[in-house]
Design a protein around this ligand. Structure first.
Ligand code: LRH
Ligand code: MN
Ligand code: MN
Length: 404
């Protein structure tokens, strides 16, 4: 134990922080990385190809294993179908296990087929809705094969012009398709429904906000929940409030972490607005300590949804994971008893200070100590860079698998 850490721990204990509890929470915290974050992706203007990008799902898993190896907190990988389509999912499961990984959420893709130009599950044509529903059912089968229990649905459907579509009819189509999908879920499977205010459609999106995701998932039943992607809100939206609200309703099932400045920028988590991330964790931790919300909080799937256009993929992923861990650690330090007292006394200044001071605390000594106790190196990024893996994969060449 370093002297720096001993000093840090003493200071926190004097403030009433239960260090043993904080460390336990940090050790058990896991976040899923997305297979597509290891591949090439771009903007609608250009995809810059990188040398060394995985050529198939197996190589994506190898890269994801590196992130898990150095951070110790990413044992599952989300897949996207058909980007990650293979003939034999048994082999995928087996290879993942060899790498110390499991397959996490299965993401259907209802946005890259010409048939979906005017919508998929909301398309006015029954045969196209059928095709889209079949794809969802195929993803459920894949999930069962790889022992995953999460289907996360992002629906790109929407319209570009007033009058283009009948809002209510599209809603009805969607409800019908989702009902069929929901009924095909296995016993312990969940359908997480993402929302997004705009893009790729610019006039209306069929699942535009959390209220719509909530409504669809409530009608479906307990196996359907809302997925909050941090990049999918209008400017200024109070995401932590949405999170608290959905926690209280038992209807939040997962996150797609990323960061943005303007729209769905898919930037490194915590690179633009780390305070927001911290405040979200503050709500999650508070809810985990409250009997009425503890179960919902315990079942949340923490996932990263990021695409790296100009960044080297693996270091960018490690940075995101570390930023998430940092925000989480800081949120664990909030003195909830004092905060409650300040709230009950309407002491605005004290309440704001309690929350902010936790955010301003340097948690690096704590994270280093936790990593050492987990048998990890204290600096995951530097250890990865030194490992030479980044150079080794250059032999894969250029033109690896990306968003297609
Ligand atoms: C849509 C989205 C959704 C997709 C992923 C690639 O913007 O967030 O989750 O599946 O990006
Ligand atoms: Mn997403
Ligand atoms: Mn997105």
């Amino acid at each position: 134990m370093s002297d720096e850490y001993k000093l840090w721990e003493k200071k926190q204990q004097d403030k009433g922080v239960n260090i043993g509890w904080v460390k336990e929470r940090l050790k058990s915290f896991k976040v899923e990385t997305p297979s597509w974050g290891y591949g090439d992706s771009g903007t609608r203007f250009k995809t810059f190809k990188q040398v060394g990008v995985p050529r198939n799902l197996f190589e994506k898993l190898e890269d994801a294993a590196q992130v898990n190896k150095y951070t110790g907190m990413c044992p599952t990988v989300a897949i996207h179908i058909p980007w990650d389509k293979v003939d034999d999912y048994g082999k995928v499961k087996e290879y993942a296990a060899q790498l110390g990984l499991k397959i996490g959420a299965v993401n259907p893709n209802l946005f890259q087929d010409d048939d979906y130009k005017f919508g998929s599950l909301t398309n006015v044509k029954p045969d196209i809705r059928r095709k889209a529903t079949e794809h969802m059912l195929e993803c459920i089968d894949i999930a069962k094969e790889v022992d995953s229990n999460i289907i996360s649905l992002w629906l790109a459907d929407g319209t570009n012009y007033p009058g283009q579509g009948d809002f209510r009819m599209r809603k009805h189509y969607l409800e019908q398709c989702l009902k069929e999908v929901y009924d095909a879920l296995g016993d312990n499977m969940r359908l997480l429904i993402e929302y997004k205010c705009f893009e790729p459609a610019f006039y209306h999106t069929d699942i535009a906000d959390w209220g719509m995701s909530y409504t669809f998932s409530s009608k479906l039943g307990p196996k359907a929940q809302v997925l909050v992607d941090l990049g999918h809100h209008l400017q200024g939206t109070n995401v932590e409030h949405i999170v608290a609200f959905l926690l209280d309703e038992g209807k939040i099932g997962g996150f797609h972490f990323n960061n943005r400045k303007y729209a769905d920028d898919d930037l490194i988590v915590g690179s633009i607005n780390p305070y927001e991330l911290f405040l979200i964790f503050n709500e999650l931790i508070t809810a985990s300590l409250d009997e009425s919300t503890a179960q919902t909080a315990a079942n949340i799937a923490y996932m990263i949804d990021q695409s790296h256009c100009i960044e080297p993929k693996i270091p960018a992923m490690i940075r995101s994971v570390l930023n998430i861990q940092t925000a989480y650690a800081k949120a664990l330090l909030v003195n909830r008893n004092e905060l409650k007292q300040a709230q009950e006394a309407d002491d605005v200044m004290a309440a704001e200070a309690i929350v902010r001071e936790a955010f301003e605390t340097d948690v690096q000594p704590l994270l280093e100590a936790v990593r050492e106790e987990m048998g990890l190196q204290p600096d995951p990024m530097a250890t990865y860079i030194k490992s030479g893996y980044g150079e080794k994969i250059l032999s894969r060449g250029i033109g690896g698998k990306g968003w297609e």
